[in-house]
Design a protein around this ligand. Structure first.
Ligand code: KIV
Length: 279
């Protein structure tokens, strides 16, 4: 059992950056894993719209609905006693107008119970971020590779490889900070670009495939646990190999059920012999 660390707060994350303490963030999608990650001391749980691909079996995050996000955010919030929970606004729930973004963010906060929302996009989304923040909802930005609209750049590709593109990205980060975002995720950029953005902003910058110079790191849970082994981006470190463990456990179960080896006597309930005799 982890030591009681209290609830991670938004100002607390900024203080962590200021004192040079790295921020740990992982995605979470359900109650039991949220509890485990929270107990393990993860600072921020992101109910990412990767939900669609790694839990719901869609082949793109674009199909995830706001209702699905709310359903999973609720479960994660119930399991997170100390970690700050951030819910992703799914594609189509915020890109029509700032008013639509406020409506969707309100639902994620009020119905889901998370502390903040995340939305994808750079400088072009700054007015939307400002509107949501002014409506009283804390926002995390997301720059670099933007999975929801990755088709525009030809798929899941490393972004900001040139100095010119890196400068545009930093400008985007600054616009999001200026609009009131309290944190920014940066995805799939060369390590020096992750470092540059972290050094350029006062708010924490959380990297995924953006090098060790970021203020914190985030990974997709099922990838880092090795539960899904189809995708192996270069940045991914697998901390476990649960796919093999789960498959092995299920094989043993199937074998024992078919062989009549499970359940054993120790897994059953005894009956009073007199009552049994009357059966
Ligand atoms: O949706 C998600 O899980 C994310 C992470 C990749 C950061 O945005």
């Amino acid at each position: 059992m982890a030591e009681d660390r209290g609830r991670i707060s938004i100002p607390g994350l900024r203080e962590m950056k200021e004192r040079g303490e790295k921020i740990s963030m992982l995605t979470a999608y359900d109650y039991p894993t949220a509890r485990l990650l929270d107990e393990a001391g993860v600072d921020v749980l992101l109910v990412g719209d990767t939900l669609g691909m790694v839990v719901l079996g869609y082949d793109s995050t674009a199909f995830v609905t706001l209702e699905e996000m709310i359903h999973h955010v609720k479960a994660v919030v119930r399991g997170a006693k100390g970690a700050l929970v951030v819910g992703d606004l799914p594609f189509g729930s915020y890109n029509e107008s700032p008013a639509q973004a406020i409506r969707s963010a309100n639902r994620l906060i009020k119905e889901g119970g998370c502390a903040a929302v995340k939305l994808e996009g750079g400088i072009e989304m700054a007015p939307t971020v400002r509107a949501v923040v002014e409506a009283g909802i804390p926002v995390v930005g997301h720059v670099g590779l933007l999975p929801q609209t990755s088709a525009k750049v030809g798929g899941f590709k490393v972004q900001a490889r040139s100095a010119e593109e890196a400068a545009v990205l930093v400008e985007s980060g600054r616009a999001l900070e200026e609009a009131g975002a309290f944190m920014v995720v940066i995805e799939a950029v060369p390590a020096p670009v992750g470092t540059l953005l972290s050094q350029s902003l006062k708010i924490p910058v959380i990297g995924i495939g953006a090098g060790a110079g970021c203020d914190g790191q985030v990974l997709v849970l099922v990838d880092m646990l090795g539960l899904q082994q189809t995708l192996t981006p270069r940045y991914l470190k697998r901390y476990a190999n649960l796919a093999d463990a789960v498959e092995e456990a299920a094989r043993s179960y199937v074998f024992e059920v078919k062989a009549g080896a499970f359940p054993g006597e120790e897994h059953g309930y005894a009956m009073d012999p007199e009552e049994e005799a009357k059966l």
